[in-house]
Design a protein around this ligand. Structure first.
Ligand SMILES: [Zn+2]
Length: 361
């Protein structure tokens, strides 16, 4: 599963021997703002949970479960795997395992992770069970590795605007210190992003002080205009993906001037769309001055991990060491931590990145 050597929290500060570029890429400290909890379940874990809870999966071979060739195959697997999580301990296990993997492969320090309550409610897991269970896993990972994590409740476009409003109402009715914002993923039943349909849910979230983000400008057929709608009509704080913004220089300028943060995902986008690492919109977005970070999206589903997004993704996209440092600092700027905590993270990242850069051979 891991593409890189294990990492411990303190070694970057004490070691002195030279580092290869791959080691540097794996070890630079990272904030991750775009990873989906249901998309972070390891295949072997899903198979064990399915057996424990008596739920169906298309295969009990961990090497086959995530082997699909179409987006429909991916979404079908995602839905099937979501159904294997039922009890509080199941959510705790998956949260712990994915955070441990982020630390081990990519020196993850802080993550804001999407979760989709609506994926789990048909199996009887209440909103509280999901949040408390994930919270248990987060606390365990924090105790063992020092990594931190907050949560973003994600509306599924597939379930429509009314379900989106209902989800925001649920979040507001059950305030929890870990749940700091709402987002939106998936596609409408027509296979569209159609951000304008969800204005009511976002208005409600914004009125109550939740942080907001949305997947837009991602899929084939979406445009820079969808990014504009997310910013102006939905009033989001940041954009997930957003690659199609490059189709309109005026929207690029606007996002650059306003320092909008984009949570981009190298491996999932190369898998899903007609992109290559060597000529990727992520690279163009960076060169045009947009504030972007690199993220895993649904790591085991796209055969990736946080280390690999940098060791393979950043390297093949042509990012130089100082540009990688910028990507890592961008993610700190884009996160929703309170300013004093963000400031501490800035200082920690700057110190560790400088120490690692000095060791590059
Ligand atoms: Zn995503």
């Amino acid at each position: 599963m891991a593409a890189t050597a294990p990492i411990t929290e303190s070694e970057t500060e004490t070691e002195t021997e030279p580092l290869s570029y791959a080691e540097f890429l794996a070890r630079v400290p990272k904030v991750e703002l775009h990873c989906h909890f249901p998309g972070a379940v390891f295949a072997a874990t899903a198979i064990e949970l399915a057996a424990k809870n008596g739920t169906e999966l298309p295969t009990d071979d961990p090497n086959e479960l995530y082997r699909y060739t179409t987006i429909t195959g991916f979404l079908t697997a995602l839905q099937a795997v979501s159904k294997t999580l039922v009890e509080r301990e199941d959510f705790a296990r998956v949260a712990y395992e994915t955070l441990a993997d982020g630390v081990r492969t990519g020196n993850l320090r802080y993550r804001e992770m999407f979760f989709n309550p609506d994926y789990h409610s048909p199996q009887g897991a209440t909103y509280e069970t999901v949040v408390e269970g994930i919270g248990d896993g987060i606390r365990r990972a924090h105790a063992e590795f020092g990594v931190r994590c907050n949560l973003i409740a994600a509306m599924s476009r597939y379930h429509g605007p009314d379900a989106a409003v209902a989800l925001v109402e649920t979040v507001l009715a059950h305030p929890h210190e870990l749940v700091i914002g709402v987002g939106m993923d998936d596609l409408t039943p027509e296979g569209k992003e159609a951000p304008e349909l969800f204005v009511e849910a976002y208005t409600l979230a914004n009125e109550h002080g939740l942080n907001t983000t949305a997947h837009v400008g991602e899929i084939d057929g979406s445009t820079a205009h969808d990014v504009l709608i997310a910013l102006d009509v939905l009033g989001v704080d940041r954009i997930d993906h957003g690659y199609r913004i490059l189709g309109d220089p005026t929207v690029v300028k606007r996002a650059r001037d306003e320092r909008v943060h984009f949570t981009t995902c190298p491996h999932s986008s190369v898998w899903l769309y007609d992109f290559t690492f060597e000529e990727h919109p992520i690279r163009q977005m960076f060169l045009q001055g947009l504030r972007i970070g690199l993220n895993t999206d649904d790591p085991p589903f796209f055969d990736t991990d946080l280390g690999k997004e940098f060791v393979v993704g950043a390297a093949r996209m042509g990012f130089e060491p100082e540009q990688v440092a910028q990507l890592c600092m961008n993610a700190v700027e884009g996160c929703w931590l309170p300013e004093p905590e963000k400031d501490a993270l800035r200082e920690e990242f700057r110190r560790d990145i400088d120490a690692l850069t000095a060791r590059l051979r």
